[in-house]
Design a protein. Structure first.
Length: 532
């Protein structure tokens, strides 16, 4: 089974499975195609994370393929934005892209098919062109309005129709020959070509010309890590996430809070109190997210304390069941325990299931594009804090706080669902909503993805910004009017937002009895689910 946000990418993954490839092989082929056909969300200039069920080991394996800040980049070199954060479009937001090393490391351990075969479909689409799908065309046009003037962007990602340069339209064929050549180099020479060869050299030259801090050594020293997943139980199932520097811990905290709110699991889907309690629990979890989450190689992140039952009990008591909170002050777990992004899921005939997410961060990332390579550079470094006392403070060689998180659900120690939900800070709160849809209401994989969601914005952030006025609750149009009205009566500021604000969900589920798979791909994206 393969589920992803664009049908051509799904087809590439299914073909690899048909040829005897593993679920990891299929994920690499799918991801490489998405880097071509969905550059609005992902690409070789970004990072990736993965979690997979290894049937040989009989357990989950976690992988962190995120990059680090250049070693020459210090806080003193940065001119902050008015809110004290790093500019999303500045070279100061660049971190070393971890995507290609992620492909290499995962393939080395779990691959069965040569890398050349896995990248061949992506190379063909980049070289010969592909028809742009509707959702991606809309994201492309919006992204071009924001970053169309950035160095190199128009050369690679805009078309010239004689009247000027513009984003490709729905159904229009788009080619990226420079990216095809880059992928061909990787197919032939592997990750070394990217990190110790001509690709790194080209990025460094671009950086030097544009005021960036990259040096060849930043790429040569890059390494992914195998990280042990973390977990939380919720009403008979276990949700697994990766530990910080990602935000998956917030989804676990959120579910632990909800399970401790009396009667929450019995509330109907359209019961206003249910929506109120989820938003209030989200605020508390994200308050801790803003205060504590960071790269554990540089900061002491109290993961066990944040997941401790007594801490969840203490935080749950802070939820006002009638009124919206205006602040999201973090807790002190140690006081109680002194002891746009793309997602895809794959599964193979041997029982391996892969939850995989890869991103540039904000759509096209920083907007800075290296024309000779055909891809842009991510802006994950914008998520560092500039306050030196903050755990997430910028330090040379450090990984920034990350929003992209793959997820996995098990039951009684057996794999159940590999899933993810795209969209920045939507992801952790979206993961919790999906788990509740599956567990509390018994929805199937597709119904859970189709169900309307909320997106609470304005929480305090690991960059150092603080919540003001309780933030804003964005509701999808399908949320009943009675829920909207009730939330406003409880003191929430309620707003509407376009469908893209609520994430993009994909999932593969496994029937524990038969071993058969089911797939889901929601209507907010262009994607599909296909199996064989």
């Amino acid at each position: 089974m393969v589920c992803a946000a664009q049908p051509l990418a799904v087809a590439a993954g299914v073909d690899v499975l048909r040829d005897g490839g593993s679920a990891v092989d299929a994920a690499i082929a799918t991801n490489a195609c998405l880097a071509v056909v969905e550059p609005t969300s992902c690409g070789l200039g970004g990072d990736l994370f993965a979690m997979l069920w290894d049937p040989t080991l009989g357990r989950l394996v976690g992988f962190n393929g995120s990059g680090r800040a250049p070693r020459a980049l210090t806080r003193e070199r940065i001119t902050p934005e008015s809110d004290g954060t790093i500019s999303l479009r500045s070279p100061a937001s660049w971190t070393v892209p971890g995507c290609v090393d992620g492909w290499s490391a995962l393939h080395a351990r779990y691959g069965r098919v040569p890398l050349e075969r896995l990248l061949a479909p992506a190379i063909a689409h980049a070289r010969d062109g592909f028809a742009v799908t509707p959702v991606i065309a809309g994201e492309w046009a919006r992204g071009a309005q924001v970053v169309g003037g950035m160095p190199g962007f128009a050369d690679v990602f805009l078309v010239d129709d004689g009247a000027g340069r513009r984003a490709p339209r729905t159904g229009e064929r788009f080619r990226n020959p420079a990216l095809a050549m880059t992928l061909e180099q990787i197919a032939e020479g592997g990750a070394d070509v990217f990190y110790r060869g001509p690709i790194a050299a080209a990025i460094v030259r671009y950086s030097e010309a544009g005021g960036g801090a990259f040096a060849q050594g930043d790429f040569a020293s890059h390494a992914s890590t195998w990280d042990e997943p973390i977990r939380a139980d919720y009403r008979g199932v276990t949700l697994w996430e990766l530990p910080p520097n990602g935000q998956g811990l917030a989804a676990l905290q959120l579910l632990q809070l909800l399970e401790r709110l009396d009667g929450f699991g019995a509330l109907a889907f359209d019961e206003p109190e249910r929506w109120h309690l989820m938003v209030e629990a989200k605020k508390l979890a994200y308050g801790d997210r803003a205060r504590w989450y960071a790269d554990p190689a540089f900061a002491s992140v109290p993961v066990e304390a944040l997941l401790a039952p007594d801490y969840a009990e203490e935080r749950a008591r802070r939820v006002d069941r009638e009124r919206a909170a205006g602040t999201d002050a973090p807790g002190d777990p140690l006081a109680l325990a002194r002891r746009e992004t793309t997602y895809l899921a794959t599964a193979d005939r041997d029982g391996m299931m892969v939850s995989w997410i890869q991103s540039n961060y904000t759509g096209f990332g920083s907007g800075h594009v290296v024309p000779e390579l055909g891809f842009g550079i991510q802006n994950r470094g914008a998520l560092f804090a500039l306050d030196p006392a903050h755990p997430n403070a910028l330090v040379p060689g450090k990984r920034p706080f990350h929003t992209i998180i793959p997820a996995f659900i098990t039951r009684s120690g057996q794999p159940l669902v590999a899933f993810g939900l795209m969209g920045g800070d939507m992801q952790a709160q979206g993961h919790a909503q999906i788990v509740c849809d599956l567990v509390d209401f018994g929805l199937d994989l597709q119904q859970a993805g189709n169900a309307p969601r909320f997106h609470h914005v304005g929480s305090s952030e690991p960059t150092g910004t603080r919540m003001a006025g309780g933030g804003i609750v964005q509701l999808e149009a399908a949320v009943p009017a009675a829920v909207r009205h009730d939330l406003e009566q409880r003191g929430h500021r309620v707003d509407v937002a376009p469908p893209g604000a609520f994430g993009g969900y994909q999932a593969v589920g496994r029937d524990p009895a038969s071993g058969r798979y089911a797939g889901a791909s929601e209507p907010r994206k262009d994607g599909c689910a296909r199996g064989l």
